[in-house]
Design a protein around this ligand. Structure first.
Ligand code: SPD
Length: 426
């Protein structure tokens, strides 16, 4: 052998974009390419970047295979680096070209560590041996595969073991990951919507605050919320005669029923009228003063939820609220989504009146920055702190095993850090 290693630098063009955006698929391709080339896998780490792109490395006993993909260009760059004579990197090259359905592949082989330029150094080889791996004989194989939600400056990553659901609906990409730390997790277009282990924060806070502030809510409307967590919490209140939920995307309901059963638990509740349709269209057609509580459980303002962040929509919500009706929306993160956060509060105030709108916060570890906000807007005089019946609130929290909301949280959630208050002139 004339060199220590063979390094093939590869470019695959005109690949199928969806394949290059599927982190589990890319991981399995690189692993099977490594095995078929004769390598022994030690470790693999793969990241999916939201909305698109995958990076990963498979460490093999004979060096490594590395990849970075640009699904939007159908392009993947790959490094295949092997040492010793037992592994043929060109086998891996051919397998990956086929798996990615590449229209064209180009590769260049470099010799790494030319023997002619090397000379063996004098040292005690025993002192360099890792005793643990020598004992085991073969190295221990480990595997890391990550989902990452990010913007240009911040990223949130969760390690996962499998993707349980992966479909493109008419509106968005619907995926469920089995994460290590937070159980099953729903993402829409690469953004975290809810996870089994921290969903209670969001769902308890978006529902119990308006319900327990309103004197006697009978009819509630939920726009969005297809995972079912919001209606599950609302239906814990016996006061409601009817809860209507309008979710635009049937796939979200299907995926949640199958893989988030504890969140979707009330989707078949007899008091729930579940409508699969456009929430904006539903609100525009609804009768004036027909709902005591309206909850906008939307996704972020990109894609199908964009229209749920407009003044036109909130004017219609105002119209369909009863005289003492309350609207609550998820109003994004004051740290991560500053522009939208400021804008929506201006809009709410222009419709409901400056004094009728309040912001409250909760801490949701799987949303970017963890700090999340909700808006409370009342058509009548209901004030979220002045109008509460402490006895009723205490009785409700006592008889329902809630994990986040309680009487003290109801009060403290409206206490805003100075920088947040200043952003919305509170
Ligand atoms: N960036 C996360 C915003 C999530 C808002 N909706 C979550 C849906 C949970 N029912």
């Amino acid at each position: 052998m004339a060199a220590l290693g063979r390094h093939i630098i590869v470019e695959y063009y005109d690949c199928t974009p969806n394949l290059l955006n599927d982190v589990s698929f890319i991981e399995s391709c690189l692993e099977s390419a490594a095995k078929d080339a004769g390598a022994t896998i030690i470790n693999s780490t793969f990241h999916h970047f939201s909305p698109y792109g995958v990076s990963g490395v498979v460490v093999i006993q004979e060096s490594h295979l590395a990849i970075h993909t640009w699904p939007e260009y159908g392009f993947a760059s790959v490094d295949l680096f092997t040492c010793g004579g037992a592994v043929d990197p060109w086998v891996a090259y051919k397998i990956l070209k086929e798996k990615f359905e590449a229209g064209h592949g180009s590769a260049m082989e470099l010799s790494r560590g030319e023997m002619a330029l090397l000379s063996q150094k004098e040292f005690d080889i025993k002192s360099l041996r890792d005793e643990k791996s020598a004992e085991n004989g073969t190295p221990l194989k480990t595997r890391d595969i990550w989902f990452t939600e990010r913007d240009d400056e911040i990223a949130l990553s969760l390690k996962h073991e499998a993707k349980l659901f992966d479909e493109q609906s008419d509106f968005q990409k619907v995926e469920i990951y089995q994460t290590k730390a937070y159980g099953n997790m729903l993402t829409l277009d690469g953004m975290v919507m809810t996870t089994e282990k921290d969903e209670y924060v969001y769902h308890e806070m978006i529902t119990h605050i308006p319900t327990l502030t309103h004197a006697n809510p009978k009819r509630a409307l939920v726009i969005g919320g297809g995972d079912g967590g919001t209606v599950r919490e609302l239906l814990k209140h016996g006061t409601y005669d009817e809860v209507i939920m309008v979710e635009i995307d049937e796939k979200v309901i299907e995926a949640s029923k199958a893989f988030l059963p504890s969140i979707a638990a009330a989707l078949d509740h007899p008091k729930l009228n579940l409508i699969v349709d456009d929430g904006i269209k539903y609100v525009n057609a609804a009768a004036e003063r027909s709902f005591d509580v309206v909850i906008v459980d939307s996704t972020d303002p990109i894609g199908p939820a964009e229209g749920l962040f407009t003044a036109e929509f909130y004017k219609e919500v105002y119209r369909i609220l009863t005289a003492d009706g309350i609207m609550v929306t998820q109003s994004e993160s004051p740290r991560f989504n500053q522009k939208v956060f400021k804008e929506v509060y201006e809009v709410y105030r222009s419709i409901f009146g400056v004094k009728q709108v309040h912001c409250y916060l909760a801490y949701i570890p799987t949303y970017p920055t963890g700090m999340w906000s909700f808006s409370y807007s009342s058509k009548g005089v209901s004030h979220p702190l002045k109008n509460i019946d402490k006895e009723r609130l205490a009785a409700f929290t006592r008889s329902n095993k809630l994990q986040y909301y309680n009487e003290a949280i109801h009060q403290s959630a409206f206490a805003l850090p100075n920088f947040v208050a200043e952003m919305i002139n509170e």
